[in-house]
Write a protein that binds this ligand. Structure first.
Ligand SMILES: [Zn+2]
Length: 290
């Protein structure tokens, strides 16, 4: 419902962030009975109805407004459209509000929110039986950035303009939009917490593929050791093609290390020889749960 070609392209692109992981396909067009109807009214902020609440909106009205498109705003609003609430409304949420400070800050420009509005948008938390969710995710795109002064313990939140590893894992998980499991794979199985597995880059540019199962939700660390300069990519959950994270040399020496919050599921690790001019040889790979 309006928008320039560039604004529409941004909305389409950031909606695609969810499509990569969730078993969802958005069909963009001008259908008058579309489930999601987007306006680009610069005087109306950025908001979206949550999930199937969109069906309660009269068909001549928008279900989402993208009045600004900074950072990952469209990705955040599409998160609402596929059923995600704000991370700070999580009953598992760890934010301890300094309520008088927050009320005073939001009473002024640009929000001009009264106490009821602040209660609804910021303080309110769902009860456990109202939602399906994860542990509190400080990196979720569904979390606002809050200054440290707004909390009693002086711990604020940072701006999140991309999907977090837990955002990706959750929408791909059994409670949301799981894809069918991966087909037969040539990946070498790895076990979490097992002794490190020896592998070898035999020729320049070679790639190795590994697979592991996270039996429970948690933070997992995957790293390699050795003198070979390699690059790591993590795919999943339950997909060999949905990229969750990548790393060059956060580990020892030139080795990659990825630490990610994961939901239970199957994950794939691609190890690639990083620099065709550098040496080949052995390395080891290991996974542990924190
Ligand atoms: Zn929101």
């Amino acid at each position: 419902m309006g928008g320039s070609a560039a604004e529409q392209a941004t909305a389409r692109e950031q909606a695609g962030w969810w499509e990569l992981y969730a078993n969802l396909k958005f069909d963009f067009g001008n259908a008058p009975d579309a489930d999601i109807r987007i306006t680009f009214d610069t005087n109306d902020g950025a908001w979206s109805t949550v999930g199937t609440d969109a069906r309660q909106v009269p068909s001549n009205q928008a279900t989402m407004n993208l009045g600004f498109l900074d950072g990952g705003t469209a990705g955040h609003e599409f998160g609402h459209a596929v059923g995600l609430a704000h991370e700070h409304s999580s009953p598992a949420g760890g934010i301890q509000w300094n309520e008088p400070v927050v009320l005073a800050a939001l009473a002024g420009p640009p929000n001009f929110w009264g106490p009821a509005m602040v209660e609804h948008n910021v303080f309110r938390k769902y009860s456990l039986d109202q939602i399906n969710g994860t542990t509190f995710d400080p990196d979720s795109i569904m979390l606002y950035a809050f200054p440290a002064q707004w909390t009693l313990n002086g711990v604020g939140t940072h701006a999140n303009d991309v999907l977090s590893s837990l955002d990706k894992a959750f929408v791909a998980g059994a409670k949301m939009y799981p894809k069918t499991g991966p087909g037969p794979s040539k990946a070498t199985p790895l076990n979490v917490g097992a002794p490190r597995t020896k592998a070898n880059i035999g020729r320049a540019g070679e790639e190795d593929l590994f697979q592991f199962t996270a039996d429970e939700d948690g933070v997992y660390q995957i790293d390699t050791r050795g003198k070979t300069d390699i690059y790591m990519k993590l795919f999943g959950p339950n997909s060999e093609t949905a990229l969750m994270d990548e790393d060059d040399d956060s580990g020892y020496g030139l080795n990659p290390r990825i630490s990610a919050r994961l939901l239970a599921g199957n994950y794939f690790v691609q190890i690639r020889h990083h620099d065709r001019t550098s040496g080949t040889g052995e390395y080891t790979i290991g996974i542990k749960q924190h």
